[in-house]
Design a binder for this molecule. Sequence first.
Ligand SMILES: Cc1ncc(COP(=O)(O)O)c(C=O)c1O
Ligand SMILES: *[C@@H]1O[C@H](CO)[C@@H](O)[C@H](O)[C@H]1NC(C)=O
Length: 467
Amino acid sequence: MSLSDHPRAYGTAAVAVAFVAGVLVTLGFKDLYPDLERRYQQHKRYQRRAQGGPTPAGGGVAPRRSSMMFWGSGPVELEDREKTASEAHLPPTAGIVDGIEGCIGHTPLIKIHSLSLATGRTILAKAEFLNGAGNSPKDRVALSMIQAAEEAGLLVPNRGDTIYEGTVGSTGISLAALARARGYRAHICMPDDQSLEKSDLLHHLGATVERVPVAPITSPAHFVNLARRRAAEHTQSAADENASRGFFADQFESAANHQAHERTTGPEIHRQTGGRIDAFVAGAGTGGTIAGVARYLKDPNTKLKLSNKNADANLRIVLADPQGSGLYNKVRHGVMYAPTEREGTRRRQQVDSIVEGVGINRVTDNFEAGRDLIDDAVRVTDVQACSMARWLVEHDGIFAGSSSAVNCVAAVVTALALPEGSTVVTILCDSGTRHLSKFWKKVAEMGLEDEPTPDDLLVLLAIEKPR
Ligand SMILES: Cc1ncc(COP(=O)(O)O)c(C=O)c1O
Ligand SMILES: *[C@@H]1O[C@H](CO)[C@@H](O)[C@H](O)[C@H]1NC(C)=O
């Protein structure tokens, strides 16, 4: 049978061929399309980066997109490659990040089961110990301060420039690691009452370490004043325009500190909770964390920025303060201390607590940047902090440092004052491994590791449930 003899058969065959071809083409296109979409977004992202746009650590929130195309009878939503926080910092190719800086930020928000169960409120903790350079939130701050100095021309890579800082440890560790990554040296001044593993680590990271006796902030021998002076001496010794400089990072006063948290930590928390957060609880060493996060979360534009209608207008910002720190009184009563306790008159300039990293007896610029936004403060004793640290190991397998334990105690107190079902977010700053020789030694000495922790958290912490 020839086709010319049977025009109707020919027509039917042609329609069938066209139909099959159409299906094949569209199927092929459907398979191809997500790939094209991804490559297009990837291209855009690299362009953004080349133009100095958002980078993983410094850039805040990756923009959310969702592309639609009509497919068959209904719209098909293509997978959003930037949707999840844990994926957001990964280039779309092979999970490769750009240097150690690429391991900073986008930390998980952990639901702490035991604390949530014990309080009837959801207690979440930002796992800041997972920042990949110095393993604390100070990675964000160190990178931010270095970037600001580079932009201002104060640091030039591979010229022998040295970053000087006064720190109880964490910021020094982050600065020492990032200094090497970016072509600088680090010189860290720290008080000699801090745990030895921190100064050892600084040595291993190639930093010069000066451990100095504890002195009041009014004394030139105070570790922060010493670091400032060392930086100035370095710069003054520069023989010509090409000689190396000293840069004083100045985490207590530098705006790049709280800005790092306002730009990255705050937005991450907002996105990870979908804006459903009733309280944010954190201690203050420099105050950068609490101020930066508060500034972002309490910014009236935050709700609009991520078009989130669930954000709680009554969000409470609560300071977690160790015993002996003056900030609790500053927040609760507007005054720092009794006159007899004024800094400069006390032998120890640091607070009288086993806790490292938080608590201070002066108001720094970074704390001041968020002071108006802080609604309340919770004072935490060393005994409570040690008990909490032990509880977290026993119930959740979380081995935390001392400031993290203080945060968790204050998070529990804050949660109990809120309605059931509320959500409280706090910070796990660093790992217990940074605190073996002081804090965890004390936990052991207290006998807390000899017997199981009591089943009742409130009994353990000696706190009363508000009626
Ligand atoms: C271990 C640790 N946790 C918490 C903090 C406090 O953070 P911030 O300085 O942002 O107040 C510090 C600060 O030095 C720290 O070292
Ligand atoms: C500094 O470096 C530039 C470029 O290498 C050079 O031209 C200039 O002479 C140097 N200045 C001094 C004082 O050595």
